[in-house]
Design a protein around this ligand. Structure first.
Ligand code: A2R
Length: 307
């Protein structure tokens, strides 16, 4: 049997399929010399010290599309193939972005509380909310998920603009400057990878450019937004609303953010439906089984495509 190290949780389905060819070892009891394959996730990744200790490692299969918690440059140097699970979660994460946007615009949490508390019967109709129709939506990162978000916004007649490193061959308007784009947007949706190149790319200047009537949605990584600046802007009214699925120090969410009523907060569930998580789990396992069978993988991260 081939020896696989498990980092983080896996589902019963994943375990059952993996155990057809792998002996699964846990982090608290394994011999580093025999491990050739690792299964992990976007949050846990592989600690650099652990990776260094696995001298015979060939494949790291990640559950999720983001892989900044794995030192891919080091993996490439060592000819270790890193895989992830792109595409199978595009529609779900896009739906989560829309859910957050709708919840902010239509004050779903406030109005739900209004009904539950009995205030409706005492104080009369709830205050009006904002229409999601005809908004200018800026997408930060028009990749696989960013494009799925743009498609889902069609029924709301959104004007889509975007910022990414490169201009794409699409009908949407490209901004090479994020602050400029934020100034022109009603909503800014973040869906770029985490890591050093995007760290706090949404800073105080971008947040203030979005403005008092603006809405920030983050379904990518907490690290891409300056959370401190975000809280200050939401408290002072320099930013209108925020819908967040991701945070700087998950699962710890600052008390100040939790106290704000102009936020909608989710516990990193962008891809968190039974159907989509099953598809992600299947691809994570398929990458490992394929490698076991013929030495290839299905969905290597771009940096490892040539290995
Ligand atoms: O490289 P480009 O021009 O295609 O732009 C990519 C953009 N991006 C950036 N934009 C601005 N500044 C950066 N430093 C920067 N780095 C990357 O993010 C591309 O438009 C987008 C990423 O698209 P995909 O690689 O197709 O990723 P996918 O599957 O949409 O997932 C995005 C992220 C994941 O990495 C997780 O963190 C999260 O969503 O779940």
């Amino acid at each position: 049997m081939t020896n696989l190290l498990q980092i983080g949780g896996i589902t019963a389905d994943m375990r059952e399929r993996l155990e057809t060819v792998f002996k699964i070892h846990q982090l608290d009891d394994f011999d580093p010399d025999i491990i050739t394959h690792v299964v992990t996730n976007g949050h846990d990744g592989v600690h650099p010290d652990l990776m260094a200790s696995l001298e015979n490692l060939k494949v790291i299969s990640g559950y999720g599309v983001g892989y900044e918690a794995i030192d891919v440059a080091e993996a490439v140097k060592r000819k270790i193939i890193v895989t992830h699970t792109p595409n199978v979660l595009n529609e779900e994460v896009a739906t989560t972005a829309l859910l957050l946007m709708l919840s902010c615009y239509r004050e779903v949490l406030r109005d739900d509380a209004y009904v539950r508390s009995g205030e409706w019967a005492v104080r009369g109709n709830a205050p009006l909310t904002r229409s999601l129709d005809n908004q200018t939506v800026g997408i930060l990162g028009l990749g696989r998920i960013g494009q799925a978000i743009a498609h889902k916004l069609v029924p709301w007649n959104a004007k889509i603009v975007y910022h990414s490193r490169n201009k794409k061959d699409v009908e949407y308007i490209y901004y090479d400057n994020l602050t400029k784009m934020a100034k022109d947007c009603d909503v800014l949706i973040c869906i770029i990878p985490g890591g050093p190149s995007t760290h706090k790319i949404v800073d105080a200047e971008v947040i203030e450019a979005l403005g008092p009537k603006g809405t920030l949605i983050n379904v990518s990584r907490g690290s891409v937004v300056d959370e401190h600046a975000l809280i200050k802007a939401l408290q002072s009214g320099k930013l209108g609303w925020a819908g967040l699925d991701v945070f700087d120090a998950e699962p710890i969410v600052p008390q100040a953010l939790r106290e704000l009523t102009n936020t909608v907060l989710l516990p990193h569930v962008g891809s968190g439906t039974t159907e989509t998580r099953a598809a992600m789990g299947a691809l994570t396992v398929n990458n490992l089984l394929r490698h076991h069978k013929d030495g290839t993988v299905i969905s290597a991260v771009p940096e490892c495509a040539g290995l």
